[in-house]
Design a protein around this ligand. Structure first.
Ligand SMILES: Cc1ncc(COP(=O)(O)O)c(C=O)c1O
Length: 312
């Protein structure tokens, strides 16, 4: 049916890829006795698809996301259900769902079959692609208020911290709920050593006297694709930057604090606990990075060379 014949109020198509087929989203299901549901065995990626200034849409840093997905599969001992097909699947979903503007693609590999904890795993690939624009933090004049949580990221000896595994999010969700109940917009999880690690779904960046720092991967943070882009982009922009452990006192002394990640993109932080971040409104470093990011994401300028790695 041509678009002009679609009755008003008709929801946009939501075709997803699941178990080798394109199906309506409500048909893409996992069994209740799957090992994914029993043991939290599922790894995933979130990839942005950006509208290009010259026309069309394009996934942003897809190779880096697939590298991390491969590393997540290996770390969680899940077989590869054929993730090399993902770029073609994204192209297909773009056409089927009529995606012509910014969108968010979620790629999951889940342990689909029934079984007990020591059994062999059969893995299923699922891909969704849905419209997603800016969060309010980047577009508006607001900044986030973050609380440092009493909850910690699991240390590397409890779970492979570089894997983007759904099991990582159970604790962060409680931390976020507590922070919101206390009046914050979000929170930062800590490490057993008392350093700050990251937000539930985004990387922490701090700026002290013009130098950008982000917690090292040895502090149990997810090796973010946006984090890798930020570190590489800082090199291009002549901004000193590198991984550095940060305790709460050092965080409270930062000139600028922001979060970054695929879904959030960039979010300025206005206050941490009760401490106002001095440069939150001007946010000189985050502004330069965000400007470069969108120029590259929209295909207006050549992309920064970004290599993803599970080690710093
Ligand atoms: C726990 C966690 N840390 C950091 C990030 C940011 O990572 P990326 O930039 O790869 O989206 C995410 C987002 O997916 C996340 O879930």
């Amino acid at each position: 049916m041509p678009p002009s014949d679609v009755p008003p109020g008709t929801p946009p198509p939501d075709t997803v890829f699941h178990a080798g087929r394109l199906v309506p989203a409500h048909e893409a299901t996992l069994r209740v006795d799957s090992m994914a549901l029993r043991y939290g065995l599922s790894v995933f990626e979130g990839v942005r698809v950006y509208r290009q200034t010259a026309g069309g849409v394009r996934p942003w840093l897809p190779a880096q996301h697939l590298d991390r997905l491969r590393a997540s599969l290996a770390a969680m001992l899940l077989p590869d259900p054929g993730i090399d097909a993902v770029p073609g699947i994204i192209a297909e979903l773009t056409a089927r769902n009529g995606i012509t503007d910014d969108a968010y693609c979620r790629i999951s590999v889940s342990a689909e079959g029934p079984g007990t904890i020591g059994d062999e795993v059969a893995a299923v690939l699922s891909v969704t692609l849905r419209p997603m624009g800016r969060k309010r933090w980047l577009s508006g004049a607001e900044g986030m208020r973050l609380g440092v949580s009493r909850w910690q990221r699991p240390p590397a000896a409890t779970l492979p911290t570089h894997a983007k595994s759904i099991a990582q999010y159970a604790g962060s969700r409680i931390a976020l709920a507590e922070a919101k109940a206390a009046g914050y917009d979000g929170c930062l999880l800590t490490t057993p050593e008392g350093n700050v690690a990251e937000a539930p779904t985004a990387t922490l960046c701090t700026v002290h006297r013009g130098t950008l720092g982000t917690p090292p991967l040895t502090d149990g943070v997810l090796p973010g694709v946006t984090r890798a882009w930020v570190l590489a982009a800082c090199r291009d922009l002549g901004i000193a930057a590198g991984p550095r452990s940060t305790d709460v006192a050092r965080l409270h002394a930062a000139d600028e604090v922001f979060l970054c990640g695929t879904g959030l993109e960039f979010a300025p932080v206005r206050a941490v606990d009760t401490v106002t971040v001095p440069d939150w409104e001007r946010r000189p470093v985050m502004s330069r990075l965000a400007e470069k990011y969108f120029a590259e994401a929209r295909g207006e300028t050549r992309g920064t060379e970004v290599g993803w790695s599970s080690v710093d």
